[in-house]
Write a protein that binds this ligand. Structure first.
Ligand code: TH1
Length: 794
C-alpha cells in the first residue's frame, strides 16, 4: 500500500472522516497514526531483542520531558520525508500546515526537561534498551501572552486534542499509597496507606535514527482507585465519591511552572512519589518476569535520577526490597545504591529540595522511617558526616547522594563547583562518587530537523554520517577558505533569517532587516541569566546611536524569548521592561531599522527551532558559577551562531572546542564573582564608575520607557544599586565593549562566516550521543544492543 492510501484509510477507519470533510487536524492525526504504525515494527523488534539478550536496562526517571512536537522527529528518524511530502502533495494538502498543527508536548520547564528529551532520542539511536519514566500532565507549561507588556498565564491544553503517538496501557496499573500509618510486628513493617491512587501507563514509542531501535517513554496518569469510590457510592454519597475522584486526578493535572525555584508544596511531593513509585514497581515487575534472584537486580537495572525530584526512589526501593521481598535492611540499601545514580543540575540554594519531616511523615510515613535508618547507617559508618535530616527538614540532595553509587554534574565547571560547594563534605567521604557528564543535544532535532538549509549543505559536502557521528563535522574546518562553501554557508543563514523575518512580520507586525545582526536570548527569565543586562546594553546602544545618528552603525535585532515563573515578580518586571523599551525603541525614527527589539510571546521548543537557525549571536551571559551547563548555548553554536558569553557552565567547554578567537568572552569568573560579593557597596561603585550605565539607569528610573507610570521601575533600579546579587552592574561595561567588538566583527561578512563555520564544525563533541555514551560507560554499565561493545572506563 502507498502512503497516500494508508493516510486515507486511517482517516476513514480511525477517525471516521471522509476526505472531503477532513480538517487539518484530522489529516494530521491520520498521518501521525500512519507514522506510528511504522514505528511499531521497530519497537516490537527492539522489545523482542531485548528480552532475548536480557541486557541491563536503563530507567531514566524525570519529572519533566520537554518533547516539543513529535511529527517531524518521527518523519526524520524514519527517513520518510520524501514519501510523506509526496503523499501530502497528492492529496492536495499543505505539509507545513499539517506539521504546524501539532501542539508542543510541553511537559517541562526548560533545560532539564529538554535534556531528558534529547537523551531519549540518543538512547534510541544508540540502541541502548531504556525506558523514560515521567508524568503525563494534563496541562503542560502554561501559555504566555502579553497584556500591555505584562506576562499573562493561561493553562496549556494539549490533551484536549487526541495525542496520536501514545498507547494507553490499562493493564499496566499500580496502586500508589499515601499517608496512613505503619505497624511493626516481629521486626516487620506494614504500611497501611490512608489514601490510594492508581497510576496508569501511557506509552510513546521513541524510535532512533533510521528506525534502528525503539525505546519507550512511559508516562503515568493518576486515576481514582475504584474500590475507594465504590464505598462512597454504595453509601449514596456521590459528592464524596466525586471529590476523591477529582483529588486523585489532581496529582497528574499540572506541571509545576517553577524552573530552578523551589515551591515546597504538598502536591509536588505527591507527584514525585507517585511517578517514582509507579516506575519502580513497573521495573521490578519486568525484572521478576525473567529473573528470580532479587539480589541480582543491579546487574540488570540502572536507574538514573534526573535531579532530586525522584530522589524518594532511594527509600522506596529499600521499602520494596525489605517490606515486600524480605531482604535485610543493609543488603537492601546496598542493592538500591548499586542501581541508583543521581544527576545534579543546579547549585542555586533555592532550587535544592527540602521537605519538612512533618510533611514527609504525614504523606510517606514508612519512607520517613527508612530515611532515618539510612541516616543512622551513614552516620555510624562516617561519624560527623553531613546529615539528610537537618533542622526538621529532609534534604533531598543529601538523600540522593547517599543512596547513589554515582553523582554527576552537567559541565566540567559545574562538577568542580559541586565538589567544592554543595557536596564538599560528602565528596571528601566518597571521593570517587562525583563525576562529570557534560550535557549534550540531539543533532537529529537541533540540526537535521530544525535547519534544513544547513543540513542539505553539510550532507552534500560530507555525506550523512554526521547525523549519528557528529564529530564528522570537523571535516568542515578545512572549508574555511573555500569561497564557494563560505558563500553557500552564508546563504543558508540568510535564508533562515528571511524565514524568521517573514514569521515575525506575520505574527507581530514588525518588519526586520535580514541584513542586521540577529542577536538572540531565549531561555527562562531569571535574574541569574541576566536578560536585564542585555536590555540595559540595548538602551545604551540606542543612546549612542541617537547621539551620533550618522555614524556607521551595525544594525541589530535584539530577540528575546522566555517565560517567568508565575510567582517570580522580579522576573515579571523584567519582562514588562523589555516590552516597554521595545515599544519606545521600535517607534523611534532616528534609529529606525538600525535597532529593533522583538519579544514573541509563548517561547517553546517549536519557537526555538525557528529562532536558533536564524541567529547570528547567541547570548549566554549568566553570572559565572550560576548556570550549571546550559544547552541552548550548544544549539546556537551548532547552527553557526557566535556566542557572547561568560565563563559559565558549558560555555567554558564550548569556547575550548570552537577556539577563543571564535567566541566573544567577557565578564568576571566564578571565583571573581564570589570575591566581589564580599566588597561592601560593589554595585554602587560599579555604577559610579560607568557614566554609560548611570545614564541608562537614570532613564529607566525617570520613566523614559513608562511615561504614564514613571515610578514603575524604581524597585528594579533600586535593587541594582543596593543589592545586585547577580552582578549586572559589575559586568556591564565589559559586556558593552564586547558587544561593540561583535559589531565590528560582523561588518566583515566573510570573516564572520568563517568564524560561524568554525563553530558549527567544532561542535561535534556536544552531541547527546557522546553524553549518553558517557553515562552508559561510567555510570550504568549498560551496552548498546545494536552496536559494538563500548570501551570500559578504567
Ligand atoms: C537546568 C539548569 O539550570 C541548566 O543550566 C542545565 O543546562 C539544565 O538544567 C540541564 O542540565 C535546571 N533546570 C531545573 C529545573 C528544576 C529544578 C532544577 C533545575 S536545574 C525544576
Amino acid at each position: 500500500m502507498t502512503m497516500k492510501t494508508d493516510i486515507l484509510n486511517r482517516l476513514k477507519y480511525s477517525l471516521g472522516k471522509d476526505a472531503e470533510h477532513a480538517s487539518t487536524y484530522d489529516w494530521r492525526i491520520a498521518l501521525s497514526l500512519v507514522l506510528r504504525d511504522q514505528m511499531v515494527e521497530t519497537w516490537f523488534d527492539a522489545t523482542r531483542e531485548t528480552y532475548a539478550a536480557s541486557p541491563k536496562r536503563v530507567y531514566y526517571l524525570s519529572m519533566e520531558f520537554l518533547m516539543g512536537r513529535l511529527i517531524e522527529d518521527m518523519i526524520g528518524n524514519l527517513q520518510m520525508e520524501e514519501a510523506v511530502k509526496a503523499a501530502i502533495d497528492e492529496l492536495g494538502l499543505d505539509y507545513d500546515a499539517i506539521v504546524h498543527d501539532e501542539p508542543d508536548a510541553a511537559l517541562g520547564n526548560g533545560g532539564l526537561g529538554r535534556l531528558a528529551a534529547c537523551f531519549m532520542d540518543s538512547l534510541a539511536t544508540l540502541g541502548i534498551p531504556a525506558f523514560g519514566y515521567g508524568i503525563r500532565y494534563e496541562h503542560g507549561l502554561f501559555e504566555q501572552s502579553f497584556a500591555q507588556g505584562q506576562q499573562v498565564e493561561k493553562p496549556e491544553t494539549w490533551l484536549t486534542q487526541r495525542h496520536a503517538w501514545e498507547f494507553e496501557r490499562p493493564e499496566a496499573q499500580y496502586r500508589i499509597g499515601f499517608g496512613g500509618h505503619v505497624d511493626h510486628h516481629e521486626g516487620k513493617a506494614y504500611w497501611h496507606p490512608g489514601e490510594v491512587v492508581m497510576a496508569t501507563a501511557y506509552d510513546t514509542p521513541i524510535v532512533g535514527w533510521k528506525g534502528a531501535w525503539g525505546n519507550t517513554l512511559r508516562l503515568w496518569a493518576a486515576e481514582p482507585s475504584k474500590d475507594f469510590d465504590l464505598e462512597s457510592f454504595n453509601r449514596g454519597d456521590y459528592l464524596a465519591a466525586g471529590r476523591s475522584e477529582a483529588l486523585a486526578r489532581t496529582i497528574s493535572r499540572v506541571l509545576y511552572p517553577d524552573d530552578t525555584t523551589e515551591s515546597g508544596k504538598e502536591l509536588r511531593l505527591k507527584q514525585e512519589y507517585f511517578f517514582t513509585a509507579a516506575s519502580l514497581m513497573d521495573l521490578m515487575r519486568r525484572y521478576l518476569q525473567d529473573h528470580d534472584d532479587i539480589r541480582a537486580l543491579p546487574d540488570y537495572v540502572a536507574i538514573q535520577l534526573n535531579d532530586t525530584h525522584p530522589a524518594i526512589a532511594g527509600p522506596e526501593l529499600v521499602r520494596l526490597l525489605v517490606d515486600d521481598h524480605g531482604l535485610p535492611m543493609d543488603e537492601a540499601m546496598d542493592i538500591a545504591r548499586r542501581c541508583l545514580a543521581y544527576t545534579n543540575h543546579t547549585l542555586l540554594p533555592e532550587a535544592l529540595e527540602r521537605w519538612s519531616e512533618h510533611l514527609m511523615g504525614r504523606i510517606l510515613p514508612r519512607h520517613l522511617e527508612i530515611i532515618r535508618v539510612i541516616e543512622h547507617a551513614h552516620q555510624s559508618e562516617y561519624p560527623g558526616s553531613p546529615r539528610i535530616l537537618e533542622h526538621g527538614d529532609v534534604r533531598m540532595g543529601e538523600l540522593a547522594f547517599i543512596m547513589a553509587h554515582k553523582v554527576n554534574g552537567v559541565s566540567a565547571l559545574h562538577t568542580e563547583l559541586v565538589k567544592e560547594t554543595v557536596f564538599a563534605d560528602l565528596h571528601r567521604i566518597h571521593p570517587t562518587r562525583i563525576i562529570n557528564q557534560t550535557n549534550g543535544i540531539t543533532p537529529r532535532r537541533w540540526l537535521h530537523g530544525c535547519n534544513p538549509s544547513l543540513r542539505r549543505l553539510i550532507t552534500d559536502e560530507i555525506g550523512e554520517g554526521w547525523v549519528t557521528d557528529l564529530e564528522q563535522l570537523s571535516t568542515l574546518k578545512s572549508k574555511r577558505d573555500d569561497v564557494g562553501f563560505i558563500e553557500a554557508f552564508t546563504a543558508s543563514k540568510r535564508e533562515n533569517k528571511v524565514n524568521l523575518s517573514n514569521w515575525i512580520g506575520e505574527t507581530m507586525g514588525i518588519t526586520l532587516d535580514p541584513e542586521a545582526m540577529f542577536d538572540v536570548q531565549i531561555k527562562r527569565i531569571h535574574e541569574y541569566k541576566r536578560q536585564l543586562m542585555n536590555l540595559l546594553e540595548t538602551v545604551a546602544l540606542w543612546n549612542d546611536m541617537r547621539d551620533t545618528p550618522n555614524a556607521d552603525w551595525t544594525p541589530r535585532v535584539k530577540i528575546f524569548g522566555g517565560k517567568a515563573a508565575p510567582g517570580y515578580f522580579v522576573a515579571k518586571d523584567i519582562i514588562r521592561l523589555i516590552n516597554d523599551v521595545a515599544g519606545v525603541i521600535n517607534a523611534d525614527e532616528v534609529t529606525g531599522d538600525k535597532l529593533k527589539i522583538v519579544y514573541p510571546p509563548n517561547y517553546n521548543v517549536t519557537m526555538a527551532e525557528r529562532l536558533i537557525p536564524a541567529a547570528d549571536l547567541s547570548e549566554q551571559i549568566s553570572t559565572a558559577g550560576k548556570e550549571a551547563s546550559g544547552t541552548g548555548n550548544m544549539k546556537f553554536a551548532l547552527n553557526g551562531a557566535l556566542t557572547i558569553g561568560t565563563l559559565d557552565g558549558a560555555n567554558v567547554e564550548i569556547r575550548e572546542h570552537v577556539g577563543s578567537e571564535n567566541f566573544f568572552l567577557f565578564g568576571l569568573t566564578a571565583q571573581e564573582v564570589m570575591e566581589r560579593r564580599t566588597h561592601h557597596g560593589f554595585a554602587r561603585a560599579a555604577i559610579e564608575a560607568s557614566p554609560r550605565l548611570q545614564r541608562v539607569l537614570g532613564q529607566i528610573a525617570e520613566g523614559r520607557f513608562a511615561p504614564h507610570d514613571p515610578s514603575r521601575y524604581h524597585g528594579l533600579v533600586g535593587m541594582l544599586y543596593d543589592h545586585d546579587y547577580f552582578l549586572v552592574t559589575c559586568d556591564f561595561d565589559s559586556y558593552f565593549d564586547t558587544q561593540r567588538r561583535a559589531d565590528v566583527a560582523y561588518r566583515n561578512a566573510k570573516n564572520w562566516a568563517a568564524m560561524a563555520l568554525a563553530n558549527t564544525a567544532s561542535m561535534g563533541w556536544f552531541s547527546s550521543d557522546r553524553t549518553i555514551t558517557g553515562y552508559a560507560r561510567d555510570i550504568w554499565g549498560a551496552e548498546s544492543v545494536t552496536r559494538p561493545k563500548l570501551e570500559k572506563s578504567a
